[in-house]
Each structure stands twice: as structure tokens, then as C-alpha cells.
Design a binder for this molecule. Structure first.
Ligand code: ADP
Length: 269
């Protein structure tokens, strides 16, 4: 079992926004397509597997991909206490259901979300305060890529335990990751560390390793920026197909080899 981190942040303010959560962790990236949502979802699933009670909030309001990755659909209902009931992930049945909230549950899949700052602000606050999250050890938040309004809203709304910055080893991705880190610093969100995704590929047939996007760039950059390096995740066809087919939860639960690098990241938090 993981020993859950007691982050030095006053939980009292979490109570003020109606949250009964020990640690709120935001997962961000400098740019899209680096696997931020995959890492956020896998992290939430792995923390749950390690025995924590976890919720997952998809704050990537413009491109919500969490419902797809987890094969979830449906419309959240409003209960008698006027709270939004999140959609519950019930896979695998051996683990307690995990509450998930996403803009993807509220708009049609092919509908574009065109919102200005204040509306965005309202929806994020509603996701946090008006959702029946219950009592959680962790609320993992999948941020939109880049820098912007959502992070600002979150930083004002509640004391986050910290942020995890996902990037690939490529120089361009690293440059964007630096911007994300500087933004978190500006709004006083602690940086828990960097994760290198798509860090090398091992050929399943011959066992040979290929550094398709490079390898080790994030570790070096983390050292340079004096933020912790949490670990890396290789390119894995299983992760890609599970995500595409909405089976990420089953994959994480059933494939301990694929889960191992995420477990290491969860324990390094
Ligand atoms: P982002 O949230 O940064 O836009 P996603 O998590 O949606 O990125 O991932 C983008 C694509 O890359 C998805 O198709 C996902 O399945 C795939 N992907 C992410 N991480 C990996 C990985 N480690 N190995 C293989 N495919 C991955």
C-alpha cells in the first residue's frame, strides 16, 4: 500500500468550497497530445488500486477525453441536496466505484465548447463545489493543455496539493513544459514534479529499445528547473489501444507491468 502523503496545505479551505478531499492534484502539460489525460486517468486509477479513495475531474473543458478513455457516458443527475451526481466508474468490480466528472458528460460528443473566461470560471467552480464527490483521499484534475483561465480559477478556488507536469522527451514539448511550470509558480501552485511520457519504446518482438521521441529530456529539465522528477512512462501499444477502446481502467487493473511505471510515479508524489 502507498503511504498517503499529508500535503502541508490547510484542508479547512477545501471545506469552504464543500470538498471533503485530502489532496487535490492537478495534471497539466505545456501542449496537447503528450498524454496528459492518459497520465491523469492512469494516476487516478493506480492510486485507487493502491487503496486510496479517488475522484477524477476532467477540467479539459475544450477537449474532454476522460469519458472516452474510461468508456463512460451518461448524464450526471442532480440529487435532492441539489448536488450533481458524478458518473461512477464501476470497472473493475473488485474496486470501489470512482466518481468522474467531465464536460464531456454535459455536451454532445461532436459539440464544440466555446466559452469565455467567466463561464469557464463558473463551470470549474461548479465541478468542484456542486458535485457530490464524497470523502476522498485524492481528487485528480486533468487540466486543459497550456496555460490559462482554468489554472487561474483553480488556484483561486482551492489550495491544491500540487501539480504534475507531463511532457514528452522532445525539445519542443520540454520548452512548453517550462512555460507550464512557470505558470504554476506564478499562481503559487506547488509543483509535485515532472513526468516523461512516451519515454522510449521497447519492441515487443525483439526486445530492442528505441528512443522514438528521445529519452531523459524531462529528467534533465526537471533537475535544471529544480523540480522533482517523478518518473517516465514508455510508449506502450496497450495503453494506446486501451485508451482508444475505452478500456483504460481494465488495462490498468489487469496489467501489472503496464501499471508499474505509474505506480512508481504515484509513490513519488
Ligand atoms: P493529451 O491529454 O496530452 O492531449 P492524451 O492522453 O489524449 O494526450 O494522449 C494522446 C494520444 O496518445 C492518445 O491516443 C493516447 O492513447 C496516446 N498515448 C498517451 N500516452 C501513451 C503511451 N505512453 N503509449 C502509447 N500511447 C500513448
Amino acid at each position: 500500500n502507498v503511504s498517503f502523503v499529508d500535503h502541508p496545505r490547510p484542508p479547512a479551505r477545501l471545506g469552504q468550497v464543500g470538498l471533503r478531499v485530502k489532496s487535490v492534484i492537478a495534471v497539466g502539460s505545456g501542449k496537447g497530445g503528450v498524454g496528459k489525460s492518459t497520465v491523469a486517468a492512469s494516476l487516478a486509477l493506480t492510486l485507487r488500486q493502491l487503496g486510496a479513495s479517488v475522484g477524477l475531474m476532467d477540467a479539459d473543458v475544450y477537449g474532454p477525453s476522460i469519458p472516452h478513455l474510461l468508456g463512460l457516458s451518461g448524464r450526471p443527475s442532480v440529487n435532492a441536496e441539489k448536488k450533481i451526481e458524478p458518473i461512477m466508474l464501476k470497472e473493475p468490480a473488485s474496486l470501489p466505484p470512482m466518481p468522474v466528472m467531465s464536460m464531456g458528460f454535459l455536451v454532445e460528443p461532436d459539440q464544440a465548447v466555446i466559452w469565455r473566461g467567466p463561464m469557464l470560471h463558473g463551470s470549474i467552480n461548479q465541478f468542484l463545489s456542486d458535485t457530490q464527490w464524497g470523502e476522498l483521499d485524492y481528487l485528480v484534475i486533468d487540466l486543459p493543455p497550456g496555460t490559462g483561465d482554468v489554472v487561474l480559477t483553480l488556484s483561486q478556488a482551492l489550495p491544491l496539493a500540487g501539480s504534475v507536469v507531463v511532457c514528452t522527451p522532445q525539445e519542443v514539448a520540454l520548452l512548453d513544459a517550462i512555460k507550464a511550470i512557470s505558470m504554476f509558480r506564478k499562481v503559487n501552485i506547488p509543483i509535485l514534479g515532472m513526468v516523461e511520457n512516451m519515454s522510449g519504446f521497447q519492441c515487443p518482438d525483439c526486445g530492442k529499445s528505441y528512443d522514438i521521441f528521445g529519452r531523459g529530456g524531462a529528467r534533465d529539465k526537471a533537475e535544471e528547473l529544480k523540480v522533482p522528477y517523478l518518473g517516465g512512462l514508455p510508449i506502450d501499444i496497450g495503453i494506446r489501444t486501451a485508451g482508444d477502446e475505452g478500456r483504460l481502467a481494465e488495462m490498468i487493473a489487469g496489467n501489472s507491468a503496464a501499471r508499474a511505471p505509474i505506480e512508481a510515479i504515484a509513490k513519488a508524489l
